[in-house]
Design a binder for this molecule. Structure first.
Ligand code: FES
Ligand SMILES: [Fe+2]
Length: 360
C-alpha cells in the first residue's frame, strides 16, 4: 500500500533522453521519454489497442509508435496515427502522468492528476544548489519500502552493517532523541562527542584525530529521507562543521521492491571532483551493505507471511515505530478522503547550520 497524491521520484533527470525508458512505479508500468523540445513525458506502458507494452514502441519525433500494429500517440497520449486508415478512434488514449523536472530529478504524480500542483514538490534543493555538491546513485532493493524506511530511521545499524565505512561503536552507544515535527516529519537525533572517526569520515576530512559528530535521521512520508551528518575535529567550533545532507528518495516499485535514489550532498571541498567520486564510491559500497541485509530480512519475512516487526522492541526502534505510525495515519487519511494531500515541509533549514545539542 502506498500514497498516490504526492510527488515521487521517477528517475534522475539525466536518465531521460530521446528514447523510451520503462519503469514500474507503485506497481504501475510507466514509460518516460523526452520530447524534441526537452520536456519529459510519462505515460502508462500500455497500448490502448491490444495492451502491448509501449516500452517496445519507437519514438518518431514526438510520437510514440506502438511496436505491435504501429498506432501513434502524441505527448498528451492522444492517438494521432493509425496505419492504413485516415481516422483515429476517439477512445484510443494513453494515460499521461503529471511530471515536474526539478533538482535534477524527475517527479511523477501517480494520484489524481487534477490535484497535482508543482508547488508540492518536496524541497531537496541540496541536489542542485551551488553551495552543495551531490554524489548521486541508485539502488534497486528487493524489499518493501517500509523496510528501507526502518533502516534509515534507525542508524544504530551503522555500527554493525557499516563498520568499515561510516559506522563505529559510538553510533549504537549514543542515545537518540526522537521527535515528531509539526505532525509531518520524524527526526531522530544523535550526538557523538569526542569519538574516533569512522574510516569514511577520516578519509573525506583528511583528519585521523578525534571528532565530534552529530547525526539526524529525518523522514517525511511517504518516501523522503535525509540523514544530516555534521563532523568536526574536536576543538573546532560547531558552526564550522562539515555537513553532509544525504538524501534517500524512495519510490515503491512493487509491494516487494523499491527504487532507492540517493544523493550525498556535501558543503565542503566543493571544487574537488575526485572527492565527489570517492564519496560516491564509498556510499555505493555502504548502501550495498544495507541492500544485502535488508533483502535478506525481506526474504525471511516473506517466507513467514510478512509478520509485523519488530517482534521484540528495543530502544532504537523508537524512530522506525514512529515513522511507520505517521505513514499509516497519512495512508489512512488518503483512503478516507481521495482528495487528501499532505503538503511537504522543508526537511532542514539552511539558515540553521547546526541544531542545538541534545541534552544527555
Ligand atoms: S497493440 Fe498497439 S497498435 Fe496494436
Ligand atoms: Fe545503512
Amino acid at each position: 500500500m502506498w500514497m498516490k497524491n504526492t510527488w515521487q521520484v521517477a528517475a534522475f533527470a539525466s536518465e531521460i533522453k530521446r528514447e523510451i525508458l520503462a519503469r514500474r512505479l507503485c506497481n504501475e508500468p510507466v514509460i518516460l521519454w523526452r520530447t524534441q523540445a526537452g520536456r519529459v513525458v510519462a505515460m502508462e506502458d500500455r497500448c490502448p489497442h491490444r495492451r502491448a507494452p509501449l516500452s517496445v514502441a519507437t519514438l518518431h519525433g514526438d510520437e510514440v509508435r506502438c511496436g505491435y500494429h504501429g498506432m501513434g500517440f502524441d505527448a498528451d497520449g492522444k492517438c494521432v496515427h493509425v496505419p492504413g486508415q485516415d481516422s483515429v478512434p476517439g477512445n484510443a488514449l494513453v494515460r499521461v502522468y503529471p511530471i515536474v523536472e526539478r533538482y535534477n530529478l524527475i517527479w511523477i504524480w501517480l494520484g489524481d492528476a487534477a490535484l497535482s500542483d508543482p508547488a508540492l514538490v518536496p524541497d531537496v534543493h541540496w541536489m542542485d544548489d551551488p553551495k552543495w555538491i551531490p554524489s548521486n546513485g541508485y539502488h534497486h532493493i528487493k524489499a518493501n519500502y517500509r523496510l528501507v524506511t526502518d533502516n534509515l530511521l534507525d542508524l544504530s545499524h551503522e555500527t554493525y552493517v557499516h563498520k568499515e565505512t561510516i559506522g563505529n561503536g559510538a553510533v549504537a552507544d549514543s542515545p537518540v532523541q526522537v521527535k515528531l515535527d509539526r505532525g509531518r516529519i520524524i527526526r531522530a537525533h544523535r550526538e557523538m562527542p569526542d569519538i574516533e572517526p569512522p574510516p569514511f569520515f577520516a578519509h573525506v576530512l583528511k583528519h585521523w584525530g578525534k571528532i565530534d559528530r552529530w547525526q539526524i535521521a529525518i523522514y517525511m512520508p511517504p518516501g523522503m529521507h535525509m540523514t544530516e551528518a555534521g563532523v568536526y575535529p574536536v576543538g573546532t567550533p560547531r558552526e564550522k562543521a562539515y555537513l553532509i545532507r544525504a538524501l534517500h528518495l524512495l519510490t515503491p516499485e512493487t509491494e516487494h521492491s523499491t527504487h532507492y535514489f540517493w544523493g550525498n550532498c556535501r558543503n565542503f571541498r566543493l571544487d574537488e571532483p575526485e572527492v565527489t567520486e570517492s564519496i560516491r564510491k564509498g556510499i555505493q559500497h555502504t548502501f550495498d551493505e544495507d541492500k544485502f541485509i535488508v533483502e535478506l530480512q525481506a526474504a525471511r519475512l516473506r517466507e513467514e507471511g510478512d509478520p509485523a516487526v519488530p517482534m521484540a522492541t528495543i530502544k532504537v526502534d523508537a524512530a522506525p515505530i514512529q515513522g511507520r505510525r505517521l505513514l499509516a495515519s497519512l495512508l489512512e487519511k488518503e483512503q478516507q478522503d481521495p482528495t487528501f494531500i499532505a503538503p511537504p515541509l522543508l526537511m532542514a533549514d539552511d539558515s540553521v547550520v547546526n541544531y542545538p545539542p541534545v541534552a544527555a
